[in-house]
Design a protein around this ligand. Structure first.
Ligand SMILES: Nc1nc2c(c(=O)[nH]1)N[C@H]1C(S)=C(S)[C@@H](COP(=O)(O)O)O[C@H]1N2
Ligand SMILES: [Mo]
Length: 402
């Protein structure tokens, strides 16, 4: 999809009438007839294998039945899953209405007065910050991908989205607006987290806070965000203020931030950190923040859409996907197939950054019909890929013709 129907730039996923998004390939049973017969260009530098071909439809992922794009549930259990099948370029961001939601705007929040962030703990004197205090430090922070550490296959891994953010770097906020005591080694950031409806089965515990060492704030460029895709934060995404930690899982990106406490090395982990310990790859459940590893996303990759094409009289599948997470760009992507030899994918255009996702595609000629498993590997042992190693992002697809 080159989405010429959309106005300039980056709103591809929110573009109404967008054929790829409308195809909803993740949920559709079998091939999507609505796209049959559509001739795509397939003549670009990176999709030359499909030049002159005919796109016959989209092959469905199997076992992914959660609806996309609608907010369901209440409070901590509210979820909106993003349909990732339309991502076609590393520049794509998800518009604010379709960005995934994990925990809806708390019904008990009070935004009637001026929003205040209480800063205390190891400081010369406690201060209260307002949005006006943060404004002079607020700047564009670029596009980033956010993923819930509890992402899962049945949702099409739809607890992941990318957006362009604006905010105030937390390091600068602490340097310029707070008199931090010399004993402090980090900051505990908390957000409003009271909902009248409890989480079913105690699945999510109340209390949203995370502790960051100063070095982590500096290295990640963590910022207090006030804008998402050029608009004020939507209520479900933290209006008026949320933390954003580039490269870390969503559980550390506290929404509705209302307090910051300066702490030292003896600070116990928060309930939120303990709740998410295994999902952020900790050893056991660390009791002290200093024993807690950065909640950084390892390099990951997965297919996001599989199209069936006819090219020169033969059936060829076009596998489109994304790469995200990690600490440095890689070109060592390999697509591992249950019934066919692995494919070394040429990432085109190459991956150049780890902030937001990178798209890739490859041609696949399955030898047999039926349900195939697809998963990605990074053929570079120096790059940590814990979730790829465990098969976390494997997807099943049904091939009806070869
Ligand atoms: N106050 C508060 N902040 C929170 C949460 C929460 O439940 N309460 N959930 C966290 C989790 S687990 C994730 S994945 C992200 C989701 O952000 P989003 O809903 O804007 O996508 O918010 C994080 N911040
Ligand atoms: Mo999450």
């Amino acid at each position: 999809m080159h989405c010429s129907a959309c106005a300039a730039g980056a709103w591809l996923l929110g573009c109404d009438g967008d054929p790829a998004t409308d195809a909803g390939g993740l949920d559709a049973g079998g091939l999507d007839g609505r796209d049959a017969g559509l001739v795509r260009d397939g003549g670009g530098a990176c999709d030359a294998a499909f030049a002159g071909g005919e796109r016959l439809g989209v092959a469905a992922f199997v076992g992914e039945d959660r609806p996309h794009g609608v907010l369901r549930g209440e409070g901590w259990d509210a979820r909106l899953y993003t349909d990732l099948s339309g991502v076609e370029s590393s520049d794509d961001v998800v518009d604010n209405d379709r960005f995934y939601v994990r925990t809806a705007d708390p019904d008990l929040i009070d935004r009637s007065g001026e929003w205040r962030v209480a800063v205390d703990g190891l400081v010369a004197a406690p201060v209260t910050l307002t949005l006006a205090d943060l404004a002079p430090l607020t700047a564009d922070q670029g596009a980033h991908v956010l993923e819930c550490s509890g992402n899962f296959r049945e949702s099409g891994f739809g607890l992941m989205s990318a957006a362009r953010w604006a905010g105030a770097p937390l390091t600068r906020v602490l340097d310029e607006l707070v008199e931090v005591a010399p004993a402090a080694t980090g900051a505990l950031v908390s957000g409003f987290d009271m909902h009248s409806v409890p989480s079913a089965g105690g699945h999510s515990a109340p209390g949203a806070s995370w502790i960051f060492r100063f070095e982590e704030l500096e290295e990640t460029g963590a910022f207090l965000a006030t804008e998402m895709n050029g608009a004020p934060l939507p209520p479900d995404h933290g209006l008026p203020l949320r933390l954003y930690v580039p490269g870390w899982y969503g559980c550390s990106c506290i929404k509705w931030v209302d307090a910051i406490r300066l702490v030292d090395d003896d600070e116990p982990t928060t309930s939120q950190m303990r709740e998410f310990a295994s999902r952020t790859h900790q050893d056991g459940v660390p009791l002290l923040a200093r024993d807690y590893r950065p909640a950084a996303m390892h390099q990951a990759a997965m297919p996001t859409r599989i199209e069936k094409w006819r090219v020169d009289g033969a059936i060829v599948y076009r596998v489109l996907g994304i790469l995200w997470g990690g600490q440095r760009p890689t070109d060592a992507l390999r697509l591992v197939l249950s019934d066919d030899p692995a494919i070394d994918v040429e990432v085109c255009p190459p991956m150049t950054q780890n902030q937001t996702w990178t798209t890739w595609q490859t041609a696949w000629r399955p030898r047999v019909t039926g349900i195939h498993t697809l998963r990605c590997e990074i053929a570079d042992p120096s790059i940590p890929t814990r979730r790829l190693d465990t098969g976390f992002y494997a997807r099943l697809v049904e091939v009806d013709e070869v």
